[in-house]
Design a protein. Structure first.
Length: 193
């Protein structure tokens, strides 16, 4: 199995690149943001729980997020691997992911971070907000809050996997194809060193 963590600040292009990677490597894409939006649009209890946090640009509590992620992973016992997008976003989430994968005899092969500067991502998200219908993409203060939460709670996850020799950074600026090629180069280096 090959399990990848696609990492980077909000608006860094994780969803776009995940679409390319699932096609190329036949992996299951798990985006916790997409899962929460699905739950909200179907008015489930989980969706109700997540809504207020998401609207404020805060993280949904780990207990809720980890349970949802575990359920999703359990649904795909036959897969060749997963792309985790928007997860793990905290150290406890990373520890839970590692424990879950170990229990299945596998592990995170690597984390790849898309490097994009703050002003670029704010502009990208506000532009996306004009068409995405996402309330959290429309308000600059909420967007900046998400970036601040990323810096304080999520960025440490990069160091957590770096200590295990698993973190990689690629330049997140350029065309979609350029970035996809940089990503493929990293994915293909996994298992070779
Ligand atoms: P983006 O990467 O553009 O911020 P996402 O779709 O990944 O967007 O996430 C949107 C929101 O969903 C986050 O701001 C947060 O409130 C919630 N969320 C998504 N993934 C997680 C997670 N792993 N832990 C906690 N909250 C999450």
């Amino acid at each position: 199995m090959i399990n990848l963590v696609l990492f980077g600040p909000p608006g860094s292009g994780k969803g776009t690149q995940a679409a390319f990677l699932i096609e190329k490597y036949r992996l299951i894409h798990i985006s916790t943001g997409d899962l929460f939006r699905y739950e909200m649009s179907h008015h489930t209890k989980l969706g109700q729980e997540a809504r207020a946090y998401m609207a404020k640009g805060e993280l949904v509590p780990d207990s809720v997020t980890i349970g949802m992620l575990r359920n999703k992973v359990e649904k795909h016992p036959e897969t060749q691997g997963f792309i985790f997008d928007g997860f793990p976003r905290t150290i406890p989430q990373a520890e839970a992911l590692d424990a879950l994968l170990i229990s299945k005899g596998t592990e995170v092969a690597g984390l790849i971070s898309l490097d994009v500067g703050e002003e670029e991502i704010v502009q990208r998200i506000l532009l996306r907000g004009q068409t995405s219908g996402r309330a959290d993409d429309n308000d600059e203060a909420t967007v900046r809050k998400r970036i601040a939460v990323y810096q304080s709670e999520t960025a440490p996850v990069f160091d957590y996997y770096a200590e295990k020799g698993k973190s990689h950074i690629i330049n997140g600026l350029g065309t979609i194809d350029d970035i996809a090629e940089r990503l493929s180069d990293v994915v293909e280096s996994f298992g070779k060193d």
